[in-house]
Design a protein around this ligand. Sequence first.
Ligand SMILES: [Ca+2]
Ligand SMILES: [Ca+2]
Length: 495
Amino acid sequence: MPRPLVFAAILFTLGVPATSWAAAPGAEVDRPRPLTPAIVDNSQRIDVNRIGMFVTNTGSFAWDKTTLVAGLEFPRGSGKTAVFAAGPWIGAMVGGETRVALSEYSDEYGPGSMIGGAPDDPSRPEYKVYKLNRVYSSAAERDAALADYNAGAVPHGAPAITVQPDGSLDVPGDQMTWCVYNDADPRSHGNRAGQTQPLGVEVQETFYAYDDPGPLGNTVFLRFKIFNKGANFLEQTYVGLWSDPDVGGALDDLVGADPGRSLGFAYNAYGLDAIYASAAPAVGFDLLRGPLASPSGPPLGLTAITSYINGTDPNDASKSYRALQGLDASGNPFVDPTTGLTTRFMFPGDPLAGTGWIDVTPTDHRFLLGSGPFSLSPGESEDIEYAATTTKFKRSSIVARPPRVRCRQPVSRSRTASRMQTSGAMSASRAGACSAPSSSRRSRSESMRDRCSSNGDPIRPEASAPPWPGPERCGMKQRASSRPSSRISRRAGRL
Ligand SMILES: [Ca+2]
Ligand SMILES: [Ca+2]
């Protein structure tokens, strides 16, 4: 959650369009974005299964940019949210110069295609977010939606969709959204973490989801076709998926990486969350198909996961590009304190087992999944696909607090965080995590109640708590008619 939300809410109530709010997290505020005639579509959600998620035509998703609140609802209809905002990042070297295109709390993409190396008029109404269902309540409703899609989306690269003999549409999944955007307008590059010249890329975005009673119903697939439609030779290119996961309440979250599964995830540090109470889910982003480093080679996997907390976000293009590479703000690789070795992945340990390098600072995190490097010459394109997925909504899915934290005594309002004790070889930072500062006595006592049960015992993970249910572990089964990716298919085949 960005800090200036109150400021943003004031702007909203004053009628200032969300797109003109370019405030970034931290104390500073972005420079105002030049006004453009762009019609930004903030109204659509993909909402066919247990996730309800906003989708816009400027890269941003999982953020309700109309009301400026978190935009990935899970379970759909509950009013509870697990992600505040997300969007695609791209970084590359152009003639020795770092350039990036970001979608964060403001977007450096504008609606529409590129034509002749330049951005098309973003105010054309056809550059909205399209949404198609597999099944409609009537043929008339189906035909109207398909006709609109065929007229406005397909001419700009959207996949052809047809009516099947049973009357359904052959959309991927049970519902899809499609839109196109590009970074070619220099006026769009106003995010303080960017502000470079354009890369000259067009992104055709297809999201889709399945209405499924199993874990597939907790997943949205995110497909990005990235085209170099400018004249720049993009070298040392990285793609990234940026996210500000807020698992219910934002201030008690932890994040982790599972590089072997190309997965970044966020979870609640304690057994009680301010919004989800005792049933906080975990949420993750899984790279299903990365870019090609060479025409004949396999797609790259995830090559970096960089995490940072609210207030330490990248604030220039060099830092953003380094984050895409899995480097700190100064350009150094991270050091795993449990091994002493350098790594491009933050927190790759196992939080359930309490082994390896795990996050021990419950707070408002963001993370960035990076993949690269690769080259993208004029005329070339890459297909990138992720999954946004959550755990099942049940108590046993809670990933609990860092291990070995003990409350010496039952906590009451009069006690302070200093009575929280640590044991064993717990690091100073972990102890610090147990005494996170609060701005008031009331909030402190509330946050401490989150950490300890009524008798002062730490709230422990249930013995039966499953491992992170990423796609390979969650029994994901694809419909034969519309498999989302070869990798998913291979996974399904092993189940
Ligand atoms: Ca939380
Ligand atoms: Ca967060």
